[in-house]
Design a protein around this ligand. Structure first.
Ligand code: ARG
Length: 497
């Protein structure tokens, strides 16, 4: 049978235009196939195919007419959707088969000067970058919501904890800003990863380059990649960009999980009232209002860290250059990013809609003599060595009755006289001590840079707004590059169709 004739009979049995008889059937077919998982990169593959074909015609590797037919077939395949693809080992092969089915043998020119190895790497990067941009968009919005809550709650005193023990009074705003600051770094890490995601592996072919005069800069431009992944072996083999994104996502999930844990604990003490939209009840205990959404945010951290672990395990034993293990790498990143993007939205929504009962929080802020450090600081400011001041207050704290939250001036004075040899009034007056014992005053005193005093938090809020604005701009610029490239590619395609 001539090659031509054989090709004409390509749809017989399990064969496709790409996959010949020898590799068309058998018990491992479905095991080998990633076609259904590849739905996620269906759109990416079409874009990568289009950019590749435009470059091939510009470089005189494929004629304009054939290119036009291939590009028209790709439009048709896009309209039909992933579900209408012929059988195939993966989306790349299925789309190529579908092109050949429509165009005939010359459709096979689409796969000139490339391999599925550089192709799939390009598709993953292309798709992942929009997922990262979507996550960044969600994160920027969430930070905005958190900052709004912080702005409204700069005076809302609440207990702060270390070791889950009452430690020092702080404010709801200061607490929220601590998470927003962490989310700033999580955002920055994602931007950093994005830069290394958005590189063009196309033109690396299987790993060893190609004898065709391909223009890798041009496909980068057409696909909106910021640079070319240089070494062809690295370009087709590496998935470290997946590691970076999944690592950043796992870090972000950890921040969210800590926030969620705080809110769960606060809810258990009545220090926060979640909106009904973010709470759940018990199927049996009618009085219950449970912070389930935040428990799920905490639970989803497992998805992200599992993804990172799975990915690193997948990659660690792989020799250069391409191995089929890589087909099982991507889903770890997709699962992690999908799971955590939703978590960002829910965690921020739960905090933004919650109610912070100011009186209750302020009362709780005195529990466990949480103003003790402030009293020691006051003595130290009056010239008592801090260690001695600590000793005075520690002794008073040890003598407190279990149901007593703070000592009065006289109790402090008695111990001070014992330890210091002078009455307390030699150092500080009654009013100052009483102020230090008041949680709101205690907060106001701690006005050092980054501290909880309302004016210190106001400065943090201004700085946070600046960082947020610059992250927003960076995001807009990345989105503009991507959509500009999409339009440019479309215009170039229309030249030939
Ligand atoms: N479906 C494959 C993947 O996801 C595409 C590349 C196949 N390449 C190969 N040499 N078998 O990695």
């Amino acid at each position: 049978m001539s090659e031509e004739h054989e090709a004409d009979n390509r749809s017989a049995g399990d064969q496709t235009a790409v996959r010949r008889d020898r590799f068309s059937g058998g018990p491992a077919r479905s095991f080998l196939s990633s076609l259904s998982d590849d739905e996620r990169i269906f759109g990416a593959d079409l874009a990568v195919d289009r950019a590749h074909v435009v470059m091939l015609v510009e470089q005189d590797i494929v004629g304009a007419e054939t290119a036009g037919e291939i590009l028209a077939a790709l439009d048709d395949i896009e309209d039909a959707g992933h579900g209408e693809l012929p059988d195939g080992e993966d989306v790349h092969e299925a789309i190529e088969s579908a092109v050949i089915d429509r165009v005939g043998q010359s459709g096979g020119k689409m796969h000139t000067a490339r391999s599925r190895n550089d192709e799939v790497a390009a598709c993953i990067r292309y798709r992942l970058r929009s997922d990262v941009l979507e996550l960044l968009e969600t994160l920027v919005g969430a930070r905005e919501q958190l900052l709004d809550v912080a702005r409204a709650e700069t005076e809302t005193v609440m207990p702060g904890y270390t070791h889950l023990q009452p430690a020092q009074p702080t404010t709801v705003a200061h607490w929220i800003c601590s998470y927003e600051q962490a989310l700033q770094r999580d955002t920055a890490r994602l931007f950093d990863a994005y830069e290394r995601v958005n590189q063009n592996p196309l033109g690396a072919a299987a790993f060893a380059g190609t004898p065709f005069d391909v223009d890798r800069e041009r496909t980068a431009e057409l696909l909106g990649f910021d640079s070319v992944a240089e070494n062809s072996m690295d370009a087709s083999a590496t998935r470290d960009f997946l590691v970076e994104v999944t690592g950043a996502v796992a870090g972000l999930a950890t921040t969210l999980s800590q926030l969620a844990e705080d809110v769960v604990v606060m809810a258990s003490k009545g220090h926060v009232e979640l909106d009904d939209d973010y709470a759940s009840t018990s199927s049996i205990m009618p009085q219950k209002k449970n912070p389930d959404t935040l428990e799920l945010v905490r639970g989803r951290t497992g998805d992200a860290t599992a993804g990172l672990n799975g990915l690193l395990t997948n990659l660690k034993g792989q020799p250069r250059a391409y191995n089929r293990d890589l087909q099982r790498a991507g889903h770890h990143a997709w699962d992690a990013i999908d799971s955590v993007t939703e978590s960002v939205e829910v965690a921020a929504g739960a905090v933004a809609t919650a109610d912070w009962p100011a009186d209750r929080l302020e009362a709780a802020a005195t529990e466990g003599f949480a103003t003790a450090t402030g009293v020691a600081d006051l003595l130290a400011m009056a010239g008592v060595p801090f260690r001695t001041a600590h000793e005075v207050v520690a002794e008073v704290a040890a003598d407190l009755d279990p149901d007593e939250d703070a000592p009065d001036y006289d109790a402090l004075s008695a111990v001070a006289e014992d330890v210091l040899g002078d009455p307390l009034s030699e150092y500080v007056d009654r009013e100052a001590v009483e102020a230090a014992l008041d949680p709101a005053e205690s907060v106001a005193m701690r006005d050092s840079r980054g501290g909880p005093a309302p004016e210190a938090v106001a400065a943090q809020l201004l700085a946070a707004d600046d960082v947020l604005a610059s992250h927003s701009e960076q995001l807009d610029a990345a989105e503009a590059t991507v959509s500009g490239a999409r339009d440019r590619l479309q215009t170039e395609v229309e030249e030939y169709v």
